[in-house]
Ligand binder design. Structure first.
Ligand code: PHB
Length: 396
């Protein structure tokens, strides 16, 4: 038995992109159904990055998607770039007039899920998409199986793939599950969460001869730290003492406050942009469309920028039958996506140590870091990208 339901927009994926899109569309009276194969608990407890651009925070707070971002989140006015044993601060407000906020992604997800459920959103967890079709027509559909085995067919006017890097909607847009531009990196991050007070009041991005380290935060009592490791590393094969020794050695001059490590993982990353972002009445946003290495802190921010554009395009299409914005969507979104790809690749290459790096490569890298920190133009370039370029507004 298959139940058929109708909605205007079928959204696959209850991550930041899918949830925020449904929230923005609802404000324009456009109803949607969100499906996610994961359960609510899994979504709300998956640990992801935590830096939000000023524009991301504005969208979340002004639209009522999250009030807590301003109260629970912390504004950060700079970062420290650390190399050759010295820290160099990049001061965001004086260079760009902007700041960033540290607010873990799963907190933003809790806010969004609560806001959508309170507004009566049809949000179906543990529902696995089994097919997407007729995207070249005005009546595309998504078929899915819910946790209790019920088959459902959602008939919509538009389908959105906001379902992450292993997107099941992607083949309906690009013609294959992997179709895209990508780049692999020969390293990964060893990430930990520990119970300790912050070791530094701002984030430290450190380049050291032994490899990269990032000292981030979660709260007054929980800290997030990473160090560059082999992608094949086994997170459980390292003792706490070894983890602290590695981290300490990579930020010479800063004494890290140690504490019990209660979560550890090896995070692989790559750069990816799908060959197509839209095909007929199906579109990809967020990680389904692109993934970036975490060094630039761009992941969730890019997803939000995609969704702000898509919301405008879907309002024009579905409320006024105006196709201009949806026709321009991919090109407009890709301009920002490729800038963010460049920035994320650049931060990654400038700060990590390749295992085959020559003495020339290492000295050149320090020369590059000096070119950035010793020049106002260099610091401004980094600060503009890190705090986020202004959101594009679509020309109509
Ligand atoms: C984090 O806090 O998890 C984090 C912060 C900045 C990054 C990446 C991850 O660039």
């Amino acid at each position: 038995m298959t139940t058929t339901v109708r909605t205007r927009v079928a959204i696959v994926g209850a991550g930041p992109a899918g949830l925020l899109l449904s929230h923005l569309l609802a404000d324009a009276g456009i109803d949607s159904i969100i499906l996610d194969r994961r359960g609510r608990d899994e979504i709300e407890s998956t640990i992801r990055a935590g830096i939000l651009e000023q524009e991301t925070v504005r969208v979340l707070s002004e639209t009522g998607a999250s009030d807590r971002v301003l109260t629970v989140g912390n504004r950060h006015d700079g970062i420290e770039l650390h190399f050759e044993g010295e820290g160099h601060r990049i001061d965001f407000p004086s260079l760009t007039g902007r700041s960033v906020w540290l607010y873990p992604q799963h907190e933003a997800l809790k806010d969004l899920i609560a806001a959508r459920l309170a507004a009566g959103q049809d949000l179906r967890f543990e529902t696995e998409v089994t097919g997407v079709g007729d995207v070249e027509s005005d009546r595309p559909w998504v078929s899915a199986t819910s946790a209790d085995g019920t088959e459902v067919r959602i008939e919509a006017e538009f389908v959105v793939g906001a379902d992450g890097s292993r997107s099941v909607v992607r083949p309906a847009v690009t013609g294959s599950s992997s179709g895209g531009y990508f780049r692999e990196y020969p390293f990964a991050w060893f990430g930990i969460l520990c119970e300790a007070p912050p070791s530094s009041h701002e984030l430290i991005y450190s380049n050291s001869p032994d490899g990269f380290a990032l000292i981030s935060q979660r709260s007054a009592t929980v800290q997030r730290m990473y160090f560059q490791c082999d992608p094949e590393a086994d997170p459980d094969a390292v003792s706490e003492a070894e983890i602290w020794a590695t981290l300490q050695a990579r930020v010479p001059g800063t004494a890290l406050t140690e504490g019990p490590i209660f979560q550890r993982e090896v995070l692989r990353f790559r750069s990816f942009v799908a060959h197509e972002l839209r095909h007929g009445r199906a579109v990809l946003v967020g990680d389904a469309a692109h993934t970036v290495p975490p060094t630039g802190a761009k992941g969730m921010n890019l997803a939000v920028a995609d969704v702000v554009l898509l919301d405008q395009a879907l309002r024009a299409l579905l409320l006024e039958n105006d196709t201009r914005l949806i026709d321009a969507f991919a090109d407009t979104a890709l301009r920002r996506i490729w800038k963010a790809q460049h920035f994320s690749w650049w931060m990654t290459s400038m700060l990590h140590t390749a295992s085959d790096a020559s003495a020339f490569d290492q000295r050149r890298q320090v020369g590059e870091l000096r070119s950035v920190v010793e020049s106002e133009a260099g610091r401004t370039f980094l600060a503009e990208a890190y705090t986020g370029w202004p959101h594009q507004s679509s020309d109509r």
